[in-house]
Ligand binder design. Structure first.
Ligand code: SF4
Length: 908
């Protein structure tokens, strides 16, 4: 059976077709791209295409728990209701807080917001979207009067110039990257500019790459505005008729970056290249500037957003096909959260507390017979302030839904201490283990992606259905149901009586249109977010809902692809605002021993804290361990070398990762991934190094400008230990470890200082003496395996530090051995070698879709494959999601360069 649903990872919001085996209730046979979905038109990236491999009931939270003990739902819900009620009675509504997530479906989000703000009466509800795109929201609101993304994905294809800034699109929004790549192929005149301090895979598509200094974005766009003014490239008519604040914004721009030389100097880029960018932008109406976390995650994130929007307004490039400032969200339903009012400074349905008439309007809308909501009068604590309020003892009860703040919030060790201090921590979660769960008093098992029913909104305002396909495991329940049951127990039952999730959506749609519409103005509460055209859907119509972009109302029954085509904005004057902005330094300043800038971000094949993506073993192969990317000169100065385990530290915490020396990283700055945590490695939470400082307007943390010191970890040995999936490695016996789930076993990479007697170590630490082993004491090599009844129990390889990984055999072949009931003699004979007799080492995985390694690709190139297409034909690499194409190109280029290198002693 096939079901059309939506990928639960990034903000592209790809449609997927899930094939379901109706004879097995926990199994999806496959997930493929939905050709009918407008966002992806059949494409998927590697994360989306591996979705079917991430399911299964192992590792799921299946029963409610109180203080670690399994209890019935009745007991858990009674307890949540009673304890929240007590906190409310004793300390007031404001002592209760909710921390939500862009992973929630819109219906869950809507009800959580209604529950906390409307009926508990607390304003302290924030969401992990605060960490991702709060600055984009604040920037849009300041400039356009509403949190309204003006563009749609077609604009990327219709643009003549696409500027990618603060976005590694190739890795973080791969399907949009593929769409852009195809568009460029079709329109050779299209130009693409990539602006990023780091050379990423996205640069591969660039006609022009600007490696600006970290934090110089405002200077760059102020310089552009000055250039446009100086070269007579402003759209005076548009500025005059449709904007305000131009003179002040231009004056600020000219003060900071009056000419190209100054701007180039501030940005640390070549003036000629900068002028090329300025000339291209200023000469083109059809420009899209696409930005993401590189812009948002800063203490001046909102100003950065406005610096970009200023240039679009000054050039009139907004509200047109192929034009506009386009923020791409990180999470699958960050936009849905914005729609319902999930951020602490919002009220509901795109109304803020100060929106004229909003408090009264929402109160009347949520009133049911005999039950009047008690809305707070003003905004609540944003995420970082929420942690501080817990520390001060003001927040006594916190309900976390679908997020893992102990890994994602900055200053993560402080968050851990705050949670320990909070008297009541409730967590709704679908996985049984994550760093946050350890601090929960009450655990509520929630349904997961393939089980949930509802809607999500992607980065282009497109609402898509996520459809439940499989039954939730054990006693897991939907988030919306859990909220309603707690609400009922707290006396709010009449306002939370729904027969199904379609009724929640209906109410959400009706609120969006309540006292809204063209007869209203922004001053009387007119909101662009209006999906009243979707109100009144019955269950069957809701089930059949096709993807559609808001607004959807009487004036736009089929949805709206692009906003502001009439150049009428949502400010009281109807004019868009240019905002005067100036650069300011990051709030995390270098110390005498923490001079290196720390940039954090996502990697291609993992999602957030890996609770789901790490379940697909093929997604663990591209980057298997936490790492630190470092420029060769910084590596030299810190005495660390490629492949070594190193330490980052500052006064807040510590991070351990494997060094990747690369010139892609600018000197003076490091990059680490955000994904690893205590479940997967020792000391690998990047957020532990980031100070809790944020943008004063948006409250978004400065996640890309930490300050750290780098030093080597002294270790004598490294080991690779393969164990049965449910066995745990003896982690107390090593100084560093990382767990890399495989299909049939767990791979543990370990390192340590003290060299033990390895045979004794095996017996003591693994509980069994090796069945097979080989040892070379002089070289420090040891290999062993243990079989019981013909079955492989564990496999171990040890070598001096830095030499192990290159000599490891085929982990895939060894992993398969764990699935066999009995290893036959030929397999046993190959065990210590770690590879099948005929097997060729494929090397590190490059193409995750088809599991093609670097060495295999190298052999194909040496054998005559001269293009990505030729490699695809021979090995299939790069032919599915395309995310590895930039890496394939690099390998082709490197091999070509090697072939062209002059041979010593001959003339070139
Ligand atoms: S680009 Fe990949 S992760 Fe993002 S929605 Fe599409 S398939 Fe999912």
């Amino acid at each position: 059976m096939q079901t059309n649903t939506t990928c639960p990872y990034c903000g592209v919001g790809c449609g997927v077709v899930a094939e379901h085996d109706t004879t097995r209730c926990d199994t999806l046979v496959s997930v493929t791209g939905d050709p009918s979905h407008p966002a992806n038109q059949g494409r998927l990236c590697v994360k989306g295409s591996a979705l079917a491999e991430t399911l299964g009931h192992d590792g799921r939270l299946t029963h409610p728990r109180i203080d670690g003990l399994e209890v019935s739902w009745e007991r858990a819900l009674d307890e949540v209701g009673a304890r929240l009620g007590r906190v409310r009675q004793q300390h007031g509504s404001g002592a209760i807080a909710g921390y939500l997530s862009g992973q929630l479906l819109t219906e869950d989000y809507y009800l959580a917001n209604k529950f906390f703000k409307g009926f508990v009466g607390t304003p302290h509800v924030d969401t992990n979207s605060r960490l991702c795109m709060a600055s984009a929201v604040a920037g849009y609101k300041r400039a356009l009067g509403a949190d309204a993304v003006p563009c749609c994905y077609e604009d990327l294809e219709e643009a003549e110039l696409v500027v990618l800034t603060g976005s590694n699109l190739a890795w973080n929004h791969p399907v949009l990257y593929q769409r852009l790549r195809t568009a460029k192929r079709r329109n050779p005149l299209m130009r693409i500019v990539v602006i990023d301090p780091r050379v990423t895979d996205t640069c591969e598509i660039a006609d022009l790459y600007l490696p600006i200094a970290s934090g110089s974005d405002i200077a760059l766009f102020n310089g552009l505005l000055s250039y446009m003014a100086g070269k007579g490239r402003l759209d005076h008519d548009f500025i005059e008729r449709h904007t305000e604040g131009f003179d002040e914004a231009l004056a600020a721009a000219q003060l900071e970056a009056p000419d190209i030389e100054t701007a180039a100097d501030l940005c640390g880029v070549d003036a000629e290249r900068l002028e090329t960018f300025y000339y291209w932008f200023a000469s083109q109406l059809h420009v899209v500037t696409l930005y993401s976390q590189g812009i948002n995650q800063s203490s001046s994130g909102t100003d950065r957003v406005n610096a970009i929007i200023n240039c679009h307004l000054a050039g009139g490039s907004i509200g047109l096909p192929g034009a506009g400032p386009f923020s791409i969200t990180g999470q699958p339903n960050a936009m849905g959260g914005r729609e319902v009012g999930g951020l602490a400074n919002q009220l509901a349905a795109h109304m803020d507390y100060h929106t004229p008439g909003a408090l009264d309007r929402v109160t009347r809308f949520w009133t049911t017979p005999g039950l009047v909501p008690t809305l707070p009068e003003g905004p609540g604590h944003k995420a970082l302030a929420l942690v501080e309020a817990i520390e001060r003892g003001e927040i006594q009860a916190l309900w976390i839904m679908a997020t893992n703040p102990l890994v994602s919030l900055p200053d993560a060790n402080r968050v851990r201490a705050a949670l320990k201090k909070c008297s009541l921590v409730i967590v709704s979660e679908c996985m049984a283990h994550n760093d946050t769960l350890e601090h929960a008093d009450i655990l509520l098992p929630a349904s997961g992606w393939a089980e949930k029913d509802g809607t999500v909104t992607n980065s282009e305002r497109r609402i898509s259905r996520q459809r439940g396909i499989l039954p939730p495991p054990g006693e897991a329940r939907h988030d919306w149901w859990i909220i309603c049951e707690v609400a009922r127990r707290m006396g709010f039952g009449e306002a939370f009586a729904y027969s199904g999730v379609h009724e929640v959506f209906d109410e959400h749609a009706r609120l969006s249109g309540f006292e809204n519409g063209p007869q209203a103005t922004p001053e009387t509460g007119y909101r662009l977010f209006d999906i009243s055209g979707l109100a009144g859907l019955d269950r069957a119509q809701y089930d059949a809902l096709a993807p559609i972009q808001w607004p959807v109302n009487v004036g736009a029954p089929k949805g709206t692809a692009r906003l502001f085509e009439n150049a009428r904005f949502m400010t009281p004057s109807g004019r868009a605002r240019l905002i005067a902005v100036a650069s300011r330094p990051g709030m995390q300043r270098p110390g005498s021993d923490t001079r290196l800038l720390l940039n954090t971000g996502r990697i291609r094949d993992q999602w957030h804290t890996m609770t789901r993506t790490a379940r697909a073993s093929r997604l663990m192969h591209h980057r298997s361990e936490p790492f630190i990317e470092v420029h060769p000169e910084d590596a030299r100065q810190a005495s660390v070398h490629n492949g070594q385990i190193a330490r980052l530290h500052n006064t807040l915490g510590e991070y351990l990762g494997r060094v990747r020396v690369t010139t892609a990283q600018p000197q003076g700055s490091l990059f680490v991934p955000i994904h690893w945590n205590d479940q997967f490695a020792r000391q690998a939470r990047a957020s532990a190094l980031i100070a809790a400082v944020c943008d004063p307007v948006s409250g978004q943390p400065e996640s890309k400008q930490g300050r750290v010191a780098l030093s080597p970890v002294t270790a004598q040995w490294e080991a690779c230990l393969l164990l049965k999936r449910d066995a745990r490695a003896p982690l107390e016996a090593c100084d560093w470890w990382a767990r890399i789930p495989q299909a049939h076993c767990q791979r543990w990479q370990m390192a340590g200082e003290k060299v033990p007697d390895w045979r004794v170590w095996c017996e003591r630490m693994l509980g069994q003496a090796p069945t097979l082993w080989s040892e070379d004491e002089t070289r420090g090599h040891f290999r062993a395996a243990c079989l019981h009844g013909g079955r492989l129990l564990w496999w171990l390889a040890v070598a001096p530090v830095g030499t192990l990984n290159p000599m490891l055999g085929e982990i895939g072949w060894l992993d398969d051995c764990f699935a066999l009931e009995t290893l036959e003699s030929p397999q046993r004979r190959r065990l210590l070698a770690g590879r099948a007799a005929s097997g060729e080492d494929g090397g590190p995985t490059v193409c995750s879709c088809h599991q093609v390694g670097e060495k295999t690709i190298g052999r194909a190139i040496a054998g005559g494959c001269k293009s990505v297409e030729a490699l695809g034909e021979r090995l299939a690499c790069g032919t599915q999601c395309g995310s590895c194409i930039p890496e394939l190109k690099k390998l082709l280029a490197a091999q070509t360069e090697r072939r062209e290198e002059p041979v010593e002693g001959t003339s070139a």
